[in-house]
Ligand binder design. Structure first.
Ligand code: ATP
Length: 629
């Protein structure tokens, strides 16, 4: 089992201002290249924006002239004419915005396409490199959510930044044209508010980054914990995963608080820059009048502030604050340096967190047969030759799918001829997978499986049938006579052999009830336990030296199970039993405990001392009422 460990990017590291500055310098060359290739669009955008400047200028100027040259000068016709100019300027806003949007698409859509291309390329490279960080879980998010965020944020930024610059230029020019003293009053609070706003930019970007990282870490932990729920329960590591979850929630909450703090500072900046100039203008009316500022100019100045500068400032601060920081973070993820393929995804909980080391993978466990009887009952030493294991797994890895976590990982196992091995472990740990690998019905993703000294890979069905029998949990009984069913794997079995097997398994009463060996069997009329007994006798009669039982006695009562297992163990050959009762494990020569990296093999007594999971399982088995057929 691999453990990603805590390579999570700590939110504090991620949230430094340096990280934000680093992102800016990383992204700047690509941004310059992107914009340089779109000079035509930029020029057209600037021309439409100039129209916005003119509009801002005319609104205030028209109001000022209508008062000074019209209504106050006793010429209402002239006043109305200037007002009409101001209204016309306001009304031109709609076509100007339409023109701006038309040009904007020339910037945002190519950006979106480039980001999608980049995200796909990067994901493919990662898959091709076969990084050990598992599947690229973030790829879909980058392709959909993050690219859309980048496009929308970019569009918002271009719109507001451009609008602010051109509107402010028009309004300030208007103020200057009305009277330079107006600028003396308006500029200081405006500049102070803007400066305060600029000061918040870096820490706000850092806080945004930290909040995003904390959010991702929390989501990732939740997803992993949900996937590992069964293991968490089986291994009793729920509290550890819960603690880790609580830490991540606390991190996310702290990041959100920091972000909210900076958002408050930004609101204050908006108040200073947007509202203080209006207040200053009111307070300074007497002073301004003393310097020759006319009533119309004052009214025009208020119009500039309220109608143009304040809304432009408001949208700029909101957009730069939220959209700007988001754009920086998302772009850096998609365009910035690719992550080390050997790294775990950023801010992820390790498997050790979620399963306390008890994952599906098994790490390298060496389980070598230490004796057992050979088919003829002699010990290997008596033969004087190196014993050939009945079953051997050499560094076997099995994943159900190219990018799936391995169910078995580098498992070494050697079962001696004549040995009786039990296999135990929590649900879903890979016990059935192991029996299917041994049976040759499932090919390993890595390593080799050998039965009786030869690889099982590439063998035909009849060759495999001669080597082993696999009895699954759901026994197969077919329509035919009782004898057909029992002797299916050994057609030449005589009546005496069949009778002996029936006695050994306590199956005679059932056969008599069915009407004898030649009576027909109707599978639906048999209980699951009766079907299992027939399948077990069939396997017992088979000449195959290796017998694999995958919970094949689960429907039998303990006494029938003990009788069946004893009969099977007495048969010449090797027995591997996936056990579902403690008694099965105790009867075996050795037991393999599939337990993540701590998979261990030994006798019942050894395992009680060495394997906490085995102790847990035996405790659970002892407490569980027996299942009856
Ligand atoms: N055909 C398959 N395709 C994909 N995943 C599979 C397949 N068969 C099993 N798995 C997965 O492999 C893991 C091991 O399954 P396996 O059946 O070997 O476990 P087990 O220890 O026998 O479980 P149980 O005690 O519940 O029978 C499980 O997570 C299971 O979901």
């Amino acid at each position: 089992m691999t453990s990603a460990g805590h390579r999570a990017q700590a939110p504090d590291d991620a949230g430094t201002g340096d990280a934000g500055a680093g992102a800016v310098s990383r992204l700047a060359p690509a941004a310059r290249r992107f914009l340089a290739r779109r000079r035509g669009v930029l020029v057209r955008l600037a021309l439409w924006s100039l129209a916005e400047s003119g509009q801002a200028f005319l609104v205030g100027y028209g109001v000022a002239r209508s008062v000074d040259d019209g209504f106050l000068a006793g010429d209402p016709r002239r006043g109305l004419l200037w007002l009409a100019v101001a209204v016309a300027a306001v009304l031109t806003g709609a076509p100007v915005v339409r023109g701006v949007f038309a040009q904007l698409a020339g910037l945002t859509e190519p950006l979106r396409d480039a980001l999608v291309r980049r995200a796909v390329d990067r994901s493919l490279v990662r898959v091709a490199a076969g990084g050990s960080g598992g599947p690229d879980r973030a790829a879909v998010s980058r392709l959909t959510n993050q690219v859309e965020i980048a496009r929308d944020s970019f569009a918002g930024l271009v719109l507001t930044l451009r609008s602010f610059v051109f509107t402010a230029a028009g309004a300030l020019l208007g103020l200057l044209s009305l009277h330079p003293a107006l600028l003396v009053v308006v500029m200081p609070p405006l500049a102070a508010g803007l400066a305060l706003f600029l000061v918040t930019l870096r820490p706000m970007a850092a806080a945004q980054r930290r909040a995003l990282a904390a959010d991702e870490a929390l989501g990732d932990h939740a997803a992993r914990a949900r996937a590992a729920l069964r293991d968490l329960t089986a291994c009793g590591t729920g509290p550890a995963a819960e603690r880790r979850g609580a830490d991540l929630v606390a991190d996310a909450a702290a990041a959100a608080r920091t972000l909210a703090g900076w958002a408050a500072v930004r609101t204050a900046a908006l108040g200073v820059a947007g509202h203080l100039p209006v207040l200053a203008l009111l307070v300074a009316v007497g002073w301004l009048r003393g310097r020759g500022v006319s009533a119309g100019a004052l009214l025009g100045a208020f119009t500039y502030l309220v109608q143009s500068l304040l809304p432009a400032l408001h949208t700029l601060m909101t957009a730069l604050g939220a959209a700007g920081a988001r754009l920086l973070v998302v772009l850096d993820r998609i365009v910035g340096p690719p992550p080390d393929p050997t790294d775990a995804p950023v801010a992820t909980a390790s498997r050790a967190d979620t399963a306390d080391g008890h994952g599906h993978g098994h790490g390298r466990v060496h389980c070598h047969g230490t004796g057992g009887r050979s088919p003829d009952g002699a010990s290997p030493a008596q033969h004087g030759a190196a014993p050939v294991p009945a079953l051997e797994l050499r560094s076997v890895t099995l994943s159900y799918g190219a990018r799936a976590e391995p169910v078995l990982d580098s498992l070494d196992l050697s079962v001696a001829a004549g040995e009786h091995l039990a296999v135990v472990g929590p649900s879903g740990i890979g016990k059935s997978t192991l029996t299917r690998l041994a049976a040759g019905t499932l090919a390993p993703s890595g390593g080799e499986v050998r039965v009786a000294g030869s690889p099982v890979a590439g063998r035909t069905a009849p060759e495999l049938a001669a080597l082993r029998v696999l009895v699954p949990q759901e026994a197969y009984v077919f329509s035919g006579t009782v004898a057909d069913n029992l002797a299916y794997l050994r057609p030449d079995a005589g009546r005496e052999e069949l009778d002996a097997a029936l006695r050994a398994f306590g199956l005679r009463p059932l056969v008599e009830r069915l009407g004898g060996l030649d009576a027909p069997v109707r599978p639906v009329e048999l209980s699951p336990g009766e079907r299992q007994l027939i399948a077990l006798v069939r396997a017992h009669l088979s000449p195959a030296p290796l017998l694999l039982l995958d919970e094949a006695t689960c429907h039998l009562d303990p006494a029938s199970e003990a009788r069946a297992e004893e009969a099977l163990a007495a048969r010449p050959g090797t027995l591997l039993v996936v056990a579902h009762r403690l008694s099965s494990a105790v009867r075996a020569d050795r037991t393999l405990v599939l337990d993540g990296v701590r998979a261990v093999c030994g006798t019942h007594d050894e395992l009680l001392g060495r394997s906490p999971l085995y102790r847990d399982l035996t405790g659970h088995w002892c407490a569980r009422p027996s299942r009856r057929p």
